[in-house]
Design a protein around this ligand. Structure first.
Ligand SMILES: *Cc1c(COP(=O)(O)O)cnc(C)c1O
Length: 466
């Protein structure tokens, strides 16, 4: 499979190239040249497969040319072998219509492990083929950082620099990053919001002085390989609920639009999806974009669901590209306008195209707490604040009673114990696999948000590309 940029002018790359590149050189994001499509019979034949095998079947069309099927299956077996639940992403029923898909059984307790455990192995695989070093620079609102660090800590030929907004991630989230003492791991706390951290990372990708010396790679969901890995669990849940013979709706707690875009990809590949419900917290740029066509950046309000405290959703560009007839030149102009004014209107084609598959909802602090309480009192399930946004949206989406609605449970409740306790009076304990987190030593540097000081720090600690 070939990968092309959403902005039309960067060279096409194969899967290996797109995985190592992260952002395209024209500022766009890589997408497959076309969506592979499974027939109904092919989807039906996937029912009941173990997760690692399902993952290899779904992902193979995307990696063909860079990995054999057998090698891919070895990598998925290794990546998903580290999950604490045999089903990897178990599905639980809450009531007649509502389900949750638990995506938090990986090493760092959030759904990002599903993609990043595989991505760490893909980096090692591809870097091992030549004498190259990779410098990963990422921004995290909490969960990407810990999942990425766990996935690459101690691996040869990779250094990771992870920026997080100081004081705006939970204690568990911070400690999951800063207690990893491997010498190739560098945590940087910066003044400012996640969007500021993300802007620094984007700037570094386009900083020639840096990219001439270092091969800068991405672990944020701008990296295609992450989205690809997330497509798998939509199929896993759909198959369990009767796909391809029955439609399923998904409610997805959303920040950067990565996870829900993977649902869009699953639909393009043939999974019958009734609706993708985009669930935001009060940082609602995506809700406004989908409901009113108004994609304009507000200021970030910190919430109990910090991994969704985002006002620029990088992966939305991938959807806009598809809905625009894949016209890279037109999208490059639209995005340049957004970057200049921090606002843009969706075109009619984009609005109508999105409305066919997506709906959206915004959840405020009270509604989040209500949803946590409902799941506990009615179903005996503790859910985290991100999942709560999804569940609140799911229960209010007006989906026909005959269609099951799956909320993606994106984090373990123990990752956000205070919000869960406020809503339910129950405190969720950390699973044994991360039990001594609060006793471990931390390593982190504090820097201002100033770009040059961050670039200098990276340049001093990273290995040149060759
Ligand atoms: C990252 C994250 C999200 C948002 O996912 P996106 O792919 O950025 O939309 C939601 N919930 C949790 C717990 C997360 O870690």
């Amino acid at each position: 499979m070939d990968y092309i940029s959403t902005r039309g002018s960067a060279p096409a790359l194969d899967f290996e190239g797109a995985t190592l590149a992260g952002l395209a050189s024209d500022g766009g994001l890589y997408v497959p040249r076309e969506w592979p499509r499974f027939s109904e019979g092919e989807i039906a034949a996937m029912a009941g497969l173990p997760y690692a095998e399902l993952a290899a079947k779904i992902m193979f069309p995307f990696v063909e040319g860079s990995l054999t099927y057998d090698r891919l299956l070895e990598l998925t077996t290794q990546a998903y072998g580290r999950f604490a639940h045999k089903a990897v992403t178990p599905l639980k029923q809450l009531d007649e219509q509502q389900w949750v898909l638990e995506l938090f059984h990986g090493p760092t307790l959030a759904f990002k492990d599903v993609a990043l455990q595989l991505l760490g192995l893909l980096f090692e695989e591809f870097l091992g083929r030549s004498e190259r070093n990779l410098t990963i620079v990422g921004a995290t609102s909490g969960d990407t950082g810990s999942a990425a660090i766990d996935a690459v800590a101690g691996r040869a030929k990779v250094d990771i620099f992870m920026l997080h907004p100081k004081g705006r991630v939970s204690d568990v989230q911070r400690r999951q990053m800063t207690t990893v003492l491997a010498p190739n791991v560098h945590n940087i706390a910066i003044e400012g919001s996640f969007d500021d951290a993300q802007a620094t990372v984007k700037r570094m990708f386009n900083d020639k002085a840096m990219t001439d010396r270092f091969a800068i790679g991405a672990v944020n969901s701008i990296n295609w390989a992450r989205l690809m890995a997330q497509v798998v669990y939509y199929f896993a849940a759909g198959l369990q609920l009767g796909a391809p013979h029955r439609k399923v709706a998904f409610s997805v707690p959303t920040g950067n639009f990565g996870d829900v875009f993977a649902g869009y990809v699953a639909a393009q590949m043939g999974l019958p999806v009734e609706k993708l419900i985009v669930a935001t917290n009060v940082n609602d740029i995506l809700h406004r974009a989908l409901a009113e066509g108004d994609y304009s950046q507000g200021t970030v309000t910190p919430t109990a669901a910090p991994s969704m405290d985002i006002q620029v959703s990088s992966n939305f560009e991938r959807l806009l590209f598809d809905l625009n007839g894949r016209d890279g030149k037109a999208l490059a102009e639209q995005m340049a306008g957004f970057e200049a004014t921090k606002a843009m209107q969706l075109t009619n084609a984009q609005r109508e195209g999105a409305a066919a598959l997506f709906s959206s909802a915004r959840t405020d602090a009270d509604e989040m707490a209500q949803a946590i309480r409902w799941a506990w009192e009615n179903c005996g399930e503790l859910i985290d604040p991100h999942t709560a946004c999804g569940l609140f949206a799911a229960r209010n989406a007006g989906i026909d009673a005959s269609v099951p609605v799956v909320t993606l449970a994106t984090a373990h409740p123990a990752k956000f114990p205070d919000a869960v306790e406020r809503a339910t009076g129950q405190r969720s304990g950390l699973p044994a696999r991360v039990g001594d987190l609060f006793e471990r030593e931390e390593k982190c540097v504090d820097l201002t948000g100033d770009y040059d000081s961050i670039a200098d720090f990276v340049a001093q600690h990273a290995s040149p590309k060759i």
